[in-house]
Design a protein around this ligand. Structure first.
Ligand code: SAM
Length: 225
């Protein structure tokens, strides 16, 4: 394929819209089309910066079907990929698109910016020399036990994404594998109710049993003891 277009992977804010980079704005203003997760969410960002572009929704359910059309468009036009928040492909859709674009000789250029895992890690006070990002844990406790047990042998900071309604089982499975270790919870980063707190697994479990946390959560802990 003689590709003339470029696929830009554009990171967007994880809460505070002022975290958009100058380069991200420039790219979003110059590409022909923006591929996004949820058109309503991306429209809020684009309206804020007065950017009007055709939007193509791409999500975990339709990615396979829409990739071909986007590759066709990339033969002649620049396209940007964004997700609802943070860096696309990081626990977000876009893998098939980037993989196919690269296989088809299309230039893929990252426009780096916010990502919740790096923001949380940088402010956690935990070792940063080696870290393992495990994304969202599974709904299966057996799978989670198996996965986390593999990290008992490693010296690393473990980073997980979590939602308020899954935080309790996640803390319980961490405590089952690693004991009552210290955990850092980074919640609502860059937003009004931002909170980064470190406490034992049992204290968090007790606290959240009574009042589940609200908002978006990153869970971090070190396997070094
Ligand atoms: N692509 C995004 C990134 O680069 O961070 C992550 C998308 S993933 C679908 C959403 C998860 O990221 C949330 O459930 C939460 O675990 C984490 N997250 C996103 N924004 C956050 C924030 N402002 N504060 C804390 N965690 C956040």
């Amino acid at each position: 394929m003689n590709s003339k277009g470029t696929l830009y992977i554009v990171a967007t804010p994880i809460g505070n819209l002022q975290d958009i980079t100058l380069r991200a704005l420039e790219v979003l203003r110059t590409v022909h089309t923006i591929v996004c997760e949820d058109t309503r969410v991306t429209s809020v960002l684009l309206n804020k910066f007065d950017i009007k572009k055709p939007l193509i929704p791409l999500n975990e359910f339709n990615e396979e079907q829409v990739v071909y059309g986007i590759l066709k468009q990339l033969e002649t036009q620049d396209v940007a990929l964004v997700s609802d928040a943070g860096t696309p492909l990081i626990s977000d859709p876009g893998f098939r698109l980037v993989n196919s674009a690269r296989k088809n000789g299309i230039a893929v250029i990252p426009i780096p910016g916010p990502s919740a895992l790096i923001a949380a890690l940088s402010a956690s006070g935990l070792p940063t020399d080696k870290f393992s990002f495990l994304g969202f844990l599974s709904k299966s406790k057996t799978k989670n036990l198996k996965l986390l047990e593999q990290y008992q042998k490693l010296e690393t900071t473990v980073i997980l994404y979590e939602s308020p309604h899954r935080i309790l089982p996640t803390l319980e499975v961490i405590a089952e594998v690693f004991g009552d270790i210290e955990i850092t919870i980074a919640r609502e980063l860059t937003k009004i109710y931002e909170e980064i707190i470190t406490n034992t697994a049992s204290s968090f479990i007790e606290r959240y049993k009574n009042a589940p946390p609200k908002g978006e959560i990153v869970v971090l802990f070190s396997t070094k003891h």
